[in-house]
Design a binder for this molecule. Structure first.
Ligand SMILES: C[S@@+](CC[C@H](N)C(=O)[O-])C[C@H]1O[C@@H](n2cnc3c(N)ncnc32)[C@H](O)[C@@H]1O
Ligand SMILES: [Zn+2]
Length: 175
């Protein structure tokens, strides 16, 4: 199933960013002018497909490291953004993101989270679902270079709740 075509201000948004080689991975998307917090930058478009079709398109068993253009829309479907017209597919992951991806009426939009100066690479937190154990960390290794880098483009590992010692109250931190 093809994603419906929407009229967007692609021409206008194209002047907001440029695509070039990234030190993070492959190509990346960089601000061309100053972007403001909350500014809508670009839509993540592509084919709206069910998860089993995504598994057919991207065989992770055959990959040395994770590399796809899939964006999860809900439990059953995702958008395969690997279409030439979708510049947002080239936005890399950052553990200290200056952008966020928001789903609105089944469309995915990238917004600025803070002031972004011209020349700065755009990044949002992919938060890929954790699969497998520790051995998968290498497959999803992160090169965002941030001092806050958690080492992985997967979502942070859920920390287990500490059991309170008998007679003591939990600290309330939830960890
Ligand atoms: C949607 S593509 C992003 C564009 C990519 N740079 C390119 O040129 O194709 C997503 C893939 O890029 C790579 N990637 C993105 N951010 C990364 C990061 N912070 N560290 C390592 N690899 C990253 C991963 O292989 C990921 O599966
Ligand atoms: Zn990182």
């Amino acid at each position: 199933m093809q994603q419906k075509k929407h009229s967007t201000s692609r021409g206008r948004s194209k002047s907001l960013y440029e695509i070039r080689k990234s030190t993070i991975q492959g190509r990346g998307v960089f601000a061309r002018r100053r972007l403001r917090p909350g500014q809508k930058i670009i839509e993540y478009t592509g084919d709206l497909i069910p998860n089993d079709e995504a598994d057919r398109r991207y065989d992770e068993e055959k990959m040395k490291r994770h590399h796809t253009f899939l964006f999860t829309l809900d439990d059953d479907r995702c958008i395969d953004g690997n279409v030439r017209t979708n510049d947002a597919r080239l936005i890399n992951h950052s553990c200290d993101p200056n952008c966020e991806a928001i789903i609105e009426d089944e469309r995915i939009w990238i917004y600025a989270l803070r002031n972004i100066q011209p020349g700065v690479e755009l990044g949002y937190d992919y938060k890929y679902e954790r699969t497998g154990g520790k051995e998968m960390e290498k497959f999803y290794v992160c090169h965002c270079g941030s001092p806050k880098c958690r080492g992985s483009i997967m979502a942070p590992a859920k920390r287990r709740k500490k059991k309170s010692a008998p007679g003591k109250r939990n600290s309330g931190t939830g960890v």
